[in-house]
Design a protein around this ligand. Structure first.
Ligand code: NAD
Length: 532
């Protein structure tokens, strides 16, 4: 398909046909009720060419979508965990079979490099695989002893919440939308997904594959629109909200969830530090830092924006890091092939925001060691890998999330100062510590205020370990994903207590003084024997 627009012709891969785009956009719940909205023009980031029109949901459409998901959820919740999980076993295989199409659709909306799109496409398969393996154990009722052995029993049950709203950002649109919906569905819920307009196509394809895998019709709905337009209605109508996005929006989502008295999980922004200790092996650190800073063109919540390097290795680090960033930048390109190692930013607007942070730093006295320029020759939203030094607190980039291929390098000579600097942020999402001495690096890691700390890695080692919960602390989030808690958060814990013999009734006739003596004696005995 070739579409000519004012901005230029698209360069879509042959797999991405108009028929596919029309089929996917028809899945959005829109135009069923309420005032009809103007569709959103979807753009191929590499060219600025128009790819198609995305229907926009009205608040009434959102209510209808939640109602449909709720109707389908009742039966889904009655299925055994094994039967639900079987859908995800089939989906896992479909994801791997369709990986190239998924990557195409991710790249169209994000403009990221092919390898990154493929890595992103693998994430939901990894999450599904983890919960396929663990869901039955985690969701099964747990028999607890009652308050009094023998005569009472107590069971902990995990019931699906009902309908979960999943609100996803544009930076890993497929991974986040699908990987967060997966445990919500496996736990027995319906899902109403709100992707970002710019990157909705890949998520719609993921949902189509779920239906192909046998998900009951209607259980997963997709609504599209501006966040403030559809978000409040979605949250008011749902039973839980899983949000990933900026800290500013997260605050609004938390307020809406609080007003509605529903639970929420908020995965938010970061200003993530890396510490390079004096004994770090620079042969590992340099490629590690290049990926941690510039991977996904710097648009990863866990990516590194501040690097603290020990005096002893600072000069060599800076020389080699600058050379590596320039080498990476030389591969940049707009391509659905694997040659470019770095792609575009998501939009011209975002590129201008990134450029403004660099400009602000430059004007206030920072040094741009490399980069610092847009690359309109490659595409409308390309920006060079950029390394700064001399960044001081009054510069925007010092404390605010830039969310682009921009990093500042700082020198330190005292590790305690470096830890203090690393923690001097309102955020607490991710951090990275490099040293040949693992025990020492782990001791430093223990002192870093972040929800994820990676030793001798930027962020992949913690994000890819699906068995351990991962989330932000401080202003980087509330709750976490992955691990047992990443499934249980989508359930209500219900306590079923059973009184096998009514002892209270039997004691009603007993004089109060005797009742009290018996109660105190029982409490002492149970403590002594360690029964309760
Ligand atoms: P954003 O907060 O602008 O938008 C995220 C989503 O929320 C979008 O779908 C948007 O349409 C929607 N939204 C906006 N206002 C809303 C409202 N009032 N009600 C309901 N929905 C609303 O974030 P973004 O710019 O799309 O994403 C980048 C941010 O996300 C960065 O700060 C990044 O660090 C963060 N992020 C965090 C994680 C994590 O796991 N911690 C992962 C990826 C991205």
């Amino acid at each position: 398909m070739e579409t000519t627009t004012q901005s230029g012709a698209t360069t879509l891969p042959p797999r991405i046909t108009k028929t596919l785009i029309d089929r996917l956009t028809a899945m959005v719940t829109a135009g069923t009720a309420g005032e009809k909205r103007e569709p959103f023009e979807m753009i191929e980031v590499y060219t600025g060419g128009v790819v198609g029109e995305l229907p926009q949901s009205s608040p009434e459409d959102v209510v209808a979508a939640v109602a449909q998901a709720r109707a389908a959820q009742r039966e889904w919740a009655s299925w055994s965990v094994d039967r639900r999980v079987a859908v995800f076993q089939r989906w896992h295989e479909l994801l791997l079979t369709e990986i190239e199409t998924i990557a195409d659709l991710i790249q169209i909306g994000c403009g990221k490099a092919r390898r990154m799109a493929i890595e992103e496409a693998c994430d939901p398969a990894m999450v599904a695989s983890h919960y396929i393996k663990t869901a039955k154990r985690v969701l099964k009722p747990v028999q607890r002893g009652g308050y009094m052995p023998v005569i009472s029993a107590s069971t902990e049950q995990h019931r699906p919440k009902g309908v979960v709203a999943v609100i996803a950002p544009w930076n890993f649109p497929f991974a986040i939308a699908m990987s967060d919906s997966t445990p919500a569905l496996i736990a027995g819920n319906g899902v109403v997904l709100k992707p970002d307009n710019k990157t909705a196509l890949c998520t719609l394809f993921g949902v189509e594959l779920l239906y192909q895998a046998g998900l009951p019709r209607g259980l997963m709905q997709v609504v599209c629109g501006g966040g403030p337009d559809v978000g409040p209605t979605l949250i008011e109508s749902s039973d839980y909200v899983m949000f990933t996005g900026s800290t500013a929006t997260g605050r609004t989502i938390g307020e809406l969830a609080g007003r509605n008295l529903i639970g929420c999980s908020l995965e938010l922004g970061g200003k993530n530090p890396m510490l390079v200790l004096d004994d770090a092996n620079l042969d590992d650190v340099i490629p590690g830092a290049v990926f941690a800073v510039f991977g996904n063109t710097g648009q990863a919540c866990m990516h590194i924006e501040r690097i603290y390097v020990h005096d002893k290795v600072y000069d060599e680090f800076v020389r080699r890091f600058v050379a590596a960033a320039e080498e990476l930048g030389a591969t940049a390109g707009a391509s659905y092939g694997t040659d470019p190692e770095i792609g575009s930013l998501v939009s011209v607007d975002h590129m201008e925001k990134v450029a403004s942070h660099v400009e602000d730093a430059r004007v206030k006295g920072a040094t741009v060691l490399t980069g610092g320029k847009a690359r309109p020759d490659l595409g409308p939203a390309f920006y060079e890998p950029t390394i700064l030094t001399g960044v001081t607190p009054e510069m925007t980039h010092a404390t605010m999330e830039t969310f682009g291929p921009v990093v500042t390098v700082y020198r330190f000579s005292d590790e305690n100062d470096a830890v203090e600097q690393a923690n001097a942020t309102t955020y607490g999402l991710n951090a990275s510590v490099w040293s040949r001495d693992l025990a020492h690096a782990k001791r430093i890691a223990d002192r870093i205020e972040a929800g994820n700390v990676n030793v001798n890695d930027g962020f992949v080692v913690s994000y890819s370990s699906k068995m351990t919960p991962s989330g932000g602390i401080k202003q980087s989030g509330v709750g976490s994903r992955h691990g047992d808690s990443g499934l249980l958060k989508y359930t209500d814990t219900v306590h079923i207590g059973v009184q096998k013999r009514q002892v209270m009734a039997a004691r009603a006739a007993m004089p109060w003084a005797k009742q009290l003596r018996t109660t105190l004696l029982t409490l002492r005995m149970m403590r002594k024997l360690g029964i309760r």
